[in-house]
Design a protein around this ligand. Structure first.
Ligand code: KG4
Ligand code: ZN
Length: 342
C-alpha cells in the first residue's frame, strides 16, 4: 500500500510517501518540507492567516516533488492521509481539503491523522526503531505529555502540562531575551556558551509526586530575571539561556525517569520538536544508560513537524487495523483533539 501523507497543522507544509511492507515496518520512500519560519519571523510568531495561504501555495508542488523523488505517479497512491488536528483550523483545512480533493479525483480513500500520533510514531521511521511497549515523552510547541504506549492506538496518558508546553517555555523565554521566532533552537544554541547554574530558576512541579508539568512560572521567572539584569541582560544572555534550558531539561528528565519507574518499562521514546534539544538528549541518554533503559528518538530532521510522520502514522494505523480509510470526502478538521484522555 502506497500512502501519501500531508501535514499542514501549523507553520510547516510537509508531504511524504510511505510504503507498507508484507512484513516489517512501513518504509519512507520520500518526503519534502517547506518551513514558513522565515515568513512568520517578522511578526515574532505564527500568523494563522498567512500560514493557511502559504500552505495553499506549497502543498501541490511538494506533492509533485515527493512523487518524482520516489518515481511514483499519483495513480499509484492507495490512500491519501492528512493531519486532521490538533492545530490551526485554517491551516488544517488546506491539508484536509487538498487530500480529499486528491482522493475524490483519484477514487482513493482518505484518512485523517492525529498530529501527536504522528510525532509519537515518528521514531519508527529511524534505523533504530523502538518496540512496544514504551513510555513516550511528547514534547512539542503545543503539548507536553508522558504516555504509556502498548501498541498502535493503545495509549494511556500518564501526565501532561497544566499550562504552557515545554516548547512554549523555550519560545517565550527566548522572546524575552530578544531572540527570533521560534526561539527554542536559538536559545539552545546560545545556552552552549553559558553557565547553566548562573541563575536559580524554578523547576515547577518537580516534587509534585505526579507526572504533570507546569512551565508558566518559569517564563515569569525569566521575565523577572531579565528585568533585574536591565542593561546587563545582553552580557548575561548566554547564562540566562543556559539556566532556562537547564530548568526545562531537568523537569523533563526527572519526570520521564519517574514515569519509567512507575510503569516498570525499560524503553523511552522521545518525540516532538523539543526532542531535538541536545541537552535533553545528552541527559536522557546518560540517565537511561545508567538504568539499562533504551531511548529512541526520531531522526533529528523528523523531530519537528513533517509529512513523513503523518504518512507513517496512517500506514501503522491501517496495518494494525486501528483505522479504515474513508471514501467520504466531506472532510472536517478538529483543531482541538485529545489523543487520549487521562
Ligand atoms: O513538534 P513541533 O515542530 O511543533 C508542534 O507540534 O508544536 O515543535 C516545535 C517546538 C518549538 O517550540 C521549538 O522552539 C521547539 O519545538 N524546538 C526546540 C528545539 N528545536 C525545536 N526547543 C529546544 N531545543 C531545540 N533544539
Ligand atoms: Zn508538531
Amino acid at each position: 500500500m502506497l500512502i501519501l501523507g500531508i501535514e499542514s497543522s501549523c507553520d510547516e507544509t510537509g508531504v511524504a510517501l510511505v510504503q507498507t511492507q508484507s512484513a516489517g515496518l512501513p518504509v519512507l520512500l520520500s518526503h519534502a518540507l517547506h518551513s514558513q519560519i522565515a515568513m512568520h519571523q517578522a511578526y515574532g510568531g505564527v500568523v494563522p492567516e498567512l500560514a493557511s495561504r502559504d500552505h495553499i501555495r506549497r502543498v501541490i508542488p511538494l506533492a509533485r516533488e515527493v512523487l518524482a523523488q520516489a518515481e511514483k505517479t499519483l495513480t499509484e497512491v492507495d490512500v491519501v492521509a492528512y493531519t486532521r488536528g490538533p492545530g490551526l483550523a485554517g491551516a488544517l483545512l488546506v491539508g484536509a481539503g487538498v487530500a480529499c480533493a486528491l482522493g475524490a479525483s483519484l477514487g482513493k480513500p482518505v484518512l485523517g491523522v492525529h498530529h501527536l500520533e504522528g510525532h509519537l510514531l515518528s521514531p519508527f521511521l529511524s534505523a533504530d526503531a523502538p518496540e512496544f511497549p514504551f513510555v513516550a515523552l511528547l514534547v512539542s510547541g503545543g503539548h507536553t505529555q508522558l504516555m504509556r504506549v502498548d501498541g498502535v492506538g493503545d495509549y494511556a496518558l500518564l501526565g501532561e502540562t497544566i499550562d504552557d508546553a515545554a516548547g512554549e517555555a523555550f519560545d517565550k523565554s527566548a522572546k524575552l531575551m530578544g531572540l527570533a521566532y521560534p526561539g527554542g533552537p536559538l536559545l539552545s544554541k546560545l545556552a552552549e556558551q553559558g553557565d547553566p547554574t548562573a541563575f536559580k530558576l524554578p523547576r515547577p512541579l518537580l516534587h509534585s509526586g505526579d507526572l504533570d508539568f507546569s512551565f508558566a512560572g518559569l517564563k515569569t521567572a525569566v521575565l523577572t530575571q531579565s528585568q533585574k539584569l536591565g542593561e546587563q541582560l545582553q552580557a548575561r544572555k548566554a547564562d540566562l539561556a543556559a539556566s532556562t534550558e537547564a530548568a526545562i531539561v531537568e523537569v523533563l528528565l526527572k519526570k520521564s525517569l519517574a514515569a519509567l519507574q512507575q510503569t516498570g518499562l525499560q524503553r523511552l521514546v522521545v518525540a516532538g520538536g523539543v526532542g531535538a534539544n541536545r541537552q535533553l538528549r545528552a541527559q536522557l541518554n546518560a540517565a537511561c544508560a545508567k538504568r539499562g533503559v533504551r531511548v529512541h528518538y526520531p531522526e533529528l530532521h523528523l523531530c519537528t513537524d513533517n509529512g513523513a510522520m503523518i504518512a507513517m502514522a496512517a500506514a501503522m494505523r491501517l496495518q494494525a487495523n486501528k483505522a479504515v480509510a474513508q471514501y467520504d470526502y466531506g472532510f472536517d478538521v478538529w483543531p482541538r483533539w485529545n489523543l487520549v484522555d487521562k
